[in-house]
Design a protein. Structure first.
Length: 488
């Protein structure tokens, strides 16, 4: 195929050239009806590009095949058999993938470090999760993706599981041995779903970790807005092989997705694919060199330890690491990542990615340059000199790996939709949780509906919130009370 084409962008340009007059949504009619104050902030071009996908960008029957051609170009660009665009984020894409592999009361092997969107999929579908434990680094209080051996053991215990789902890279940039996990699945004729939300860039440079399709995954979900040039909510899910039928995957997406997709997002996805095919390797040559230099310079700042492969990769840990995720341990400053992130935002207008009880992270992409790196370095250097201002910080009671692992005693769906009550957190130990309790970011639930709460996790959340942790999906975001299944 001609990878220099951008079908959505070309169709959008043609739409404007032909001077169409829409009597269809969106109601702002090319921005003519939009509040001038909104146009002043968002720009005229945003409204002008916001057109209806069918009976607008394409004809009533989509006979020009604009979207289909754009998706086919994407699939060819990354070496997949099929690609599907989603304008509802990877939160929808991963649900579509799950529902294409397993149904209500069927089992799916899932890494317990899954994102909350995966748990939402379990709640909506009634799928029974078989949790596969991550590889816990007890010294650093960090989880790396589950090992191939853990999936092998889970299949041996649950041979009726319909497939497996693994998250890689993690929000901390660590990657699993996908080729080995795919082999474990395929030996049993079972598909592997990879939530690769943080890895949309991986196909486009040989020095980045192996991307899921190259490792043999069957379905791979990518958030192009995270590490690529897509607009927020832009996602692509990819398919290869014959263990998941494309019409099944498409029907599941159609079940969950919007009937009013954003042409803005489609166009950005289309443009990003062309950009990566034509310039991706050169852009990531620069990004990787910048990341290497920035990592080295940050590591010289007093009290900051930049995690590298020596920390994160090896036996019992991750198989690889994305160097563009710069993970910094600032525990030597005697404070928390929450306080550091807040201070960098307030004092230096620096917005960070993940912040936890002892770390902060800065995500670099192909869009970064010397100026953005210098701004980060200057802010960190300044804060290091003033770190005494960040003390004392409240401590977070982080449990052992065993303390973090809760028993799943009900289906997530049954607990979430069952009869519930709100109880004080001090009285929630031993109760079955009926909501997700998710420190965000990175968005990995500490408690999933249907799990039995223990004192370790409850104290972790309460002390975490007191120290600055955000738990936005809890009914009570301060976690002074918890929603639990009502005792009959």
């Amino acid at each position: 195929m001609d990878q220099s084409k951008a079908p959505v962008l070309d169709a959008l340009a043609a739409y404007h050239e032909k001077g169409r007059t829409p009597f269809t949504p969106p109601g702002h009619k090319q921005g003519r009806g939009a509040d001038p104050r909104a146009r002043a902030v968002l720009g005229e071009a945003v409204f002008r590009a916001d057109v209806l996908a069918t009976s607008g960008l394409d004809d009533r029957t989509s006979s020009q095949g604009v979207l289909e051609e754009a998706q086919a170009l994407m699939a060819e660009a990354v070496g997949a058999d099929h690609a599907f665009f989603s304008t509802c984020g990877s939160s929808l894409s991963v649900k579509s993938a799950m529902l294409s592999v397993a149904g209500p009361h069927e089992k799916l092997l899932v890494g317990r470090d899954a994102h909350k969107s995966v748990v939402s999929g379990l709640i909506l579908s009634g799928i029974e999760p078989v949790w596969v434990d991550p590889q816990w680094d007890a010294e650093r209080h960090l989880a790396h993706p589950p090992s191939p051996g853990a999936f092998e053991a889970a299949f041996a215990e649950h041979p009726d599981a319909r497939g497996a789902l693994v998250t890689t890279p993690t929000p901390y940039g660590t990657c699993s041995d996908l080729a080995a996990i795919a082999e474990v699945c395929h030996r049993r004729g079972r598909p592997l779903i990879v939530d690769e939300a943080w890895g949309a860039h991986l196909p486009f440079h040989p020095d980045l970790p192996t991307w899921a399709m190259d490792a043999g995954a069957d379905v791979c979900v990518t958030s192009v807005h995270k590490m690529g040039s897509g607009l927020e909510q832009s996602s692509v899910f990819h398919l290869q092989g014959d263990l998941v039928r494309p019409e099944v995957l498409k029907s599941r997406e159609d079940l969950l997705g919007t009937t009013s997709p954003s042409v803005l997002m489609y166009a950005a996805l289309d443009g990003w694919r062309r950009q990566m095919v034509e310039h991706g390797e050169a852009l990531y040559d620069h990004a990787l060199a910048l990341a290497h230099k920035t990592r080295d310079r940050i590591s010289r700042i007093d009290g900051v330890h930049v995690h590298g492969r020596d920390d994160f990769c090896g036996p019992g840990r991750a198989a690889d690491q994305d160097p563009l995720q710069i993970i910094m341990d600032i525990s030597a400053w005697g404070t928390t990542g929450y306080r550091v992130a807040d201070r960098l935002r307030a004092d230096h207008r620096i917005d960070l990615h993940v912040a936890d009880h002892r770390r902060i992270s800065a995500q670099l992409t192909h869009a970064d340059d010397g100026d953005t790196a210098e701004a980060l370095l200057a802010a960190l250097t300044d804060l290091s000199a003033r770190r005494a201002e960040l003390r004392p910080a409240r401590s977070v009671e982080v449990p052992s790996p065993e303390g973090l692992r809760l028993d799943q005693v009900m289906l997530p769906r049954d607990a979430f939709f069952g009869r519930t009550e709100q109880v004080p957190w001090e009285k929630a130990e031993g109760r079955i949780v009926a909501e997700m309790l998710t420190p965000y970011p990175p968005g990995i639930p500490a408690a999933v509906p249907g799990e039995r709460l223990n004192g370790d996790v409850l104290r972790y959340l309460r002390t975490g919130v007191a120290a600055g942790m955000v738990v936005p999906d809890a009914v009570d975001t301060e976690v002074t009370t918890v929603r639990v299944v009502r005792d009959e």
